[in-house]
Ligand binder design. Structure first.
Ligand code: 5AD
Ligand code: FES
Length: 346
C-alpha cells in the first residue's frame, strides 16, 4: 500500500482499482495520514488558516433530504440576521484576528442579489484587508458576477456528490445536479477561489461514488474542498440512516490532500461533532483550515443542519481560544491573515 500512497503523492492520480484499495482502508492508515501531512507541510508548513463563519439565515427554500433546515421541517426554528448584526459579527471577528469572513445561509429569498452585493461592499469598505467568502447556495451566473464585482473573493458550494443518480437520491426533483455543477463552473470561471465538497457516507454512497469524487476533484481542480461525515438530523427523512465514520472521513481528507496538494481543506465542525478530537485528527490527515463560528450565540442552535452540532453555546472569543489550543495540540499554529490559495511556491 505504501507504493500506492507514494504514487498518488507524486502523480496525484490513480487507476480505479488503485483508488478502490486506498479508499477501502484495509491497511495501516497512519501511513496515508503521514504522507498527507508531509505534502501539506511542503506547501503550507504548519500554518492553519481561520475563517469566521457567520450563519446569516436558517430559512431555506430547498428540501434536501439530509438537511435539518430543509423547507418542510416545520420544527426548525428560523432566524435571519440583520445587516447590523452581520456587521457586528465582523467587528467582533476582526478584533479576534479573523481576516476572512464567510457568509453562509440557507437559500433565503430575502437576501436578494442587490442586498448581498451591498453587504459585501460594506464589508470590504470597512475591512479592506479581509477576504469575503460567500456560501449562499445556487444562483445564476449574473448574480455570482454581481457579488464578485462587489468584492467577494471566494465561494463555497458543495456539490454533495459527483454522481447524478446519487444526487437524485439525496435531493427532491426540483433540484438538479447539472445546475449545481454549472454553478461551480461559473464560479470558477468568474474568478472566485472556488470550493466544492461532499458528505462522507451520505445515504446510498458507495465506494464507486467516492472514486467518482476523486475523479471529479482531479478534473475540476477546486481551490477549496470541504468534506465532513454525514450526520442524521432527527426531523429529516434520513433520521435513521447511519452516521459517516471518522476513519472514512479522515481517509478522504488525506486522499484529497494528495490529489490536490495546494488545496485549502477545512477540518469541519461535522468532524468535530462525531469525535471529540475529530478536527485535530482532520488537521493531522491533511486539512489546513478551521472555521470557528462567529454567529451570535442567540441563534447558533437554530442553524442545525444535523444533530448534536458542537460549539453552539460558545461566544466567538471562547471558540477561537479553544480552536487555537486544539490546533496547537495537533502540532500546528493558527495564523492571522487572509490565507489565500497558493499557486505553486512553498
Ligand atoms: N450531515 C452532515 N453535513 C450536512 N450538511 C447538510 N446537512 C448535513 C448533515 N445532515 C452539509 C452539506 C452542506 C453543508 C453546508 O452542510 O454538505 O453543503
Ligand atoms: Fe468552538 Fe471549541 S472550537 S468551542
Amino acid at each position: 500500500m505504501k507504493r500506492l500512497i507514494d504514487k498518488l503523492a507524486e502523480e496525484h492520480d490513480l487507476a480505479d482499482e488503485e483508488w478502490r484499495q486506498l479508499i477501502a482502508g484495509e491497511y495501516d492508515r497512519s501511513l496515508l495520514y503521514a504522507k498527507a501531512d508531509e505534502v501539506r507541510r511542503r506547501y503550507y508548513g504548519t500554518e492553519v488558516y481561520i475563517r469566521g463563519l457567520i450563519e446569516i439565515s436558517s430559512y431555506c427554500k430547498n428540501d434536501c433530504l439530509y438537511c435539518g433546515i430543509r423547507r418542510s421541517n416545520e420544527n426548525a426554528r428560523r432566524y435571519r440576521l440583520t445587516k447590523e448584526q452581520i456587521l457586528e459579527c465582523c467587528e467582533t471577528g476582526y478584533g479576534l484576528g479573523f481576516r476572512t469572513f464567510v457568509l453562509q445561509g440557507g437559500e433565503d429569498a430575502f437576501f436578494t442579489t442587490d442586498y448581498v452585493a451591498g453587504l459585501v461592499r460594506e464589508m470590504k469598505r470597512r475591512y479592506p484587508d479581509c477576504a469575503v467568502t460567500l456560501s449562499l447556495g445556487e444562483r445564476e451566473r449574473d448574480d455570482y458576477q454581481t457579488w464578485f464585482d462587489a468584492g467577494a473573493d471566494r465561494y463555497l458550494l458543495r456539490h454533495e456528490t459527483a454522481d447524478k443518480a446519487h444526487y437524485e437520491k439525496l435531493h427532491p426533483p426540483q433540484l438538479s445536479w447539472e445546475h449545481r455543477m454549472q454553478c461551480l463552473r461559473d464560479l470558477k470561471d468568474i474568478g472566485y477561489q472556488t470550493g466544492c465538497g461532499f458528505m462522507v457516507e451520505s445515504p446510498e454512497q458507495t465506494a464507486e461514488h467516492l472514486i467518482a469524487e476523486m475523479r471529479f476533484l482531479r478534473e475540476f481542480q477546486p481551490h477549496m474542498v470541504g468534506i465532513g461525515p454525514f450526520i442524521p438530523h432527527h426531523d429529516t427523512p434520513f433520521y435513521d440512516r447511519r452516521q459517516g465514520s471518522l476513519e472514512r472521513t479522515l481517509t478522504m481528507v488525506a486522499l484529497i490532500r494528495l490529489t490536490l496538494p495546494q488545496a485549502l481543506i477545512p477540518s469541519t465542525t461535522a468532524l468535530g461533532t462525531i469525535h471529540p478530537q475529530g478536527r485535530e485528527l482532520g488537521l493531522r490527515a491533511g486539512a489546513n483550515v478551521v472555521m470557528p463560528n462567529l454567529s451570535p450565540v442567540s441563534v447558533r442552535k437554530q442553524y442545525a443542519l444535523y444533530d448534536n452540532k458542537i460549539c453552539t453555546g460558545d461566544e466567538a472569543a471562547e471558540c477561537i481560544a479553544c480552536m487555537t489550543g486544539r490546533v496547537a495540540s495537533a502540532g500546528y499554529r493558527v495564523v492571522t491573515g487572509r490565507g489565500d490559495w497558493r499557486n505553486g511556491c512553498s
